[in-house]
Design a protein around this ligand. Structure first.
Ligand code: TXA
Ligand code: MG
Length: 391
């Protein structure tokens, strides 16, 4: 069940120009430098995983808290193994092999006990390391040439909107970071992060929802392994208008058992708690009925001057239903995968439009089946964080 049918970006074969660019970037990384690289989800900020100084530089450039661990990108299951401890491999190697066969290359990140050789700076000081094989031909070739794992947090300043094009990365870091341009990311939101062992039943726990669903994972891991879907961020304080609580419905699995988790799951991943994926412009999420209230309250704050309010929606008709009318409207596709692919680009466009407020029209929670509902859930998780109030 490959989400992207193998490799996105250049369809798996690279022309001479692309190969030359990959080769140059591989040399930069091998020498301890930083290169932003494309994946099927978002662009990553790459550096040699086994080079402490290079990894530290990634934290510096991003302004990322040192306790928030990084994902190591590898080109194969064989390379992934090098980063996991022997002990973890003995216990869970078979499970990881099944998952890799089903989902790699692709947007699934596996967190497991780290090998000793993995520097503590990569894992935020913790005993677990996150690893994935990205589905992008240029980046797979890049890693192959580097010959070992490449760390890759999303290539944005900490807390800001993730980049889905080389242009987005340049707008984050200017010339400070070389960018391997592999086109626009087809997936558009970050990978599903799962944790395997130790403890909490030693099943599979979803730490961050992404394009691969807990149900699809349960199907692959089979009988006897519990998959805990985790609690996507929802509700809470979303800004001016408190939005209706997102319903966290149980998604049923296949062979394996799957159940809903609690907030403990999110607590295991330090990067998942705070405001995140956020535009610089104040952003609020609500139903369309909340539009007028949001605009009026921002207007009151601004001392009565006309408010420049942008609308991000999945519905063609939404803009026409808003009073007063939006200054600008960005309409994303009504299907979850299309919406995910366009989301960060749209947030960036609206962020650059000189608005006083961005109103995100609450996306659906249900789709045409459980898989689409899961993707809406992953999107809802990103939007809840992007519209979290600062502080
Ligand atoms: O799709 C993606 O995953 C992208 C592309 C570039 O691969 N990368 C990405 O990295 O989103 P980043 O650093 O922005 O998000 C990684 C998430 C964070 O929430 C982090 O806390 C979590 O994965 N994570 C990484 N290592 C972990 C670990 N050892 N234990 C628990 N969570 C971990
Ligand atoms: Mg990120």
């Amino acid at each position: 069940m490959r989400v992207f049918g193998g490799e996105s970006g250049s369809g798996g074969t690279l022309n001479a120009g692309a190969l030359a660019r990959v080769e140059r970037c591989a040399a930069v990384i091998s020498e301890g430098g930083l290169v932003a690289f494309p994946t099927e989800t978002v662009y990553g900020l790459g550096a040699l995983a086994l080079n402490e100084a290079a990894v530290r530089r990634v934290f510096e450039v991003k302004g990322r808290p040192a306790n928030n661990p990084l994902i190591v990108h590898v080109d194969s299951l064989a390379m992934a193994r090098v980063f996991f401890s022997e002990h973890a491999w003995e216990r869970f190697g078979e499970l990881v092999q099944k998952l890799a066969a089903a989902f790699w290359p692709g947007p699934l990140t596996v967190v497991m006990e780290k090998a000793e050789r993995v520097p503590a700076v990569v894992t935020g000081g913790g005993a677990m390391v996150a690893v994935r094989v990205p589905a992008h031909a240029m980046t797979l070739e890049l890693i192959r040439r580097v010959g070992t794992g490449v760390v890759g947090p999303s290539a944005n300043r900490s807390g800001h909107v993730s980049p889905t094009s080389a242009e987005h990365v340049r707008s984050e870091f200017g010339d400070a970071v070389e960018v391997l341009d592999g086109g626009v990311c087809v997936g558009g939101i970050e990978s599903t992060v799962i944790k395997i062992g130790p403890a909490v039943g030693d099943g599979v726990r979803v730490l961050r929802p992404g394009l691969i669903s807990a149900a699809a994972i349960a199907e692959v891991v089979g009988e006897g392994v519990e998959v805990v879907a985790g609690a996507a961020k929802s509700g809470g304080e979303r800004g001016v208008e408190p939005a209706r609580e997102r319903e966290e419905g149980k998604v049923t699995g296949g062979g394996g058992r799957e159940r809903e988790g609690t907030h403990e799951v999110a607590m295991e991943s330090p990067g998942l708690l705070d405001r995140h994926y956020a535009p610089r412009t104040r952003a609020v999420m609500c139903g369309l009925e909340g539009w007028t209230g949001v605009v009026l309250s921002v207007e009151a704050e601004l001392g009565g001057r006309a408010v420049r309010a942008g609308l991000l929606t999945h519905s063609e008709l939404a803009g026409r239903m808003c009073v007063p009318p939006p200054t600008c409207t960005d309409v994303l596709p009504g299907d979850a995968r299309g919406y995910a692919a366009g989301l960060y680009g749209a947030l960036r466009r609206l962020d650059e439009a000189g608005l006083d407020v961005i109103v995100v029209h609450e996306p659906p929670t249900a789709g045409r089946g459980a898989e689409e509902a899961w993707v809406w859930r992953a999107i809802g998780d990103r939007l809840a964080r992007a519209t979290e109030r600062e502080g």
